[in-house]
Design a binder for this molecule. Sequence first.
Ligand code: FPP
Length: 255
Amino acid sequence: MLEKFSNWKSKAEQEKKDEPIRLDNVPKHVAIIMDGNGRWAKKRGLPRIAGHREGMNVINKMVRQANSLGVEVLTLYAFSTENWKRPKNEVDFLMRLPERYLSVELPKLIEENVKVRLMGCKDSLPTHTIKAVDNAIEKTKENTGLILNFALNYGSRDEIVTAIQAIATKVAEGKINPSDVSNTLVSEHLMTSELRDPDLLIRTSGEIRLSNFMLWQLAYTEFWFTDVLWPDFTEQHFLEAVNVYQQRTRRYGGI
Ligand code: FPP
């Protein structure tokens, strides 16, 4: 029995990874749980924030790669509602990353027709973080290319609870009937209301869980997990994930 498990290979390992990418079947919405920054830093004897800094630099590469492949939406899990539990210096550093990133990258994002978007609860974000993101949203609002959707202070259960509250209020006010509540109506009340659901979810660092990320939206998404730590993630890994995606057969519950 043990022997059987020692030969176990993850689905990602078993799947072929080096077929040419077919541009007619690129996942239109790719969502990424960027994990492993802390471990990357620890392995090098560096403070955890060094891992986050390095992780921020990977974002550029992924934006370019996604844009060149024709991906329409790239959602990045940058800070969860649970991440507030981290040491204050780490949280403060993470909250500075959007402005650090955007102060350098915004001109390029504008030029490359990327549209910046935020998904998450703005209320408890520091003013300087909101200012940087709002400025980027404003300056890119007319862009029609890749949507770069930052999940910041995002938690999927909170998102669903807020949607239920809004729908329940409409029912209580007589604006809709309980029988009007449908999949579509729920989707319309989520923070992704105008986006399609992710086609491909990537999680780095070997963790095989969702960590309160897009629980509703990922119902029919293809998952790809890798042991690579986020700061080591390259364009080649992204292509590998897309390659594996292209070999999956999406059945949506059918046969
Ligand atoms: C998880 O790794 C990563 C995060 C909580 C932060 C991710 C943020 C970035 C990659 C940069 C964001 C940049 C912008 C511009 C918004 P971890 O710290 O949990 O790693 P570990 O599991 O190895 O400790």
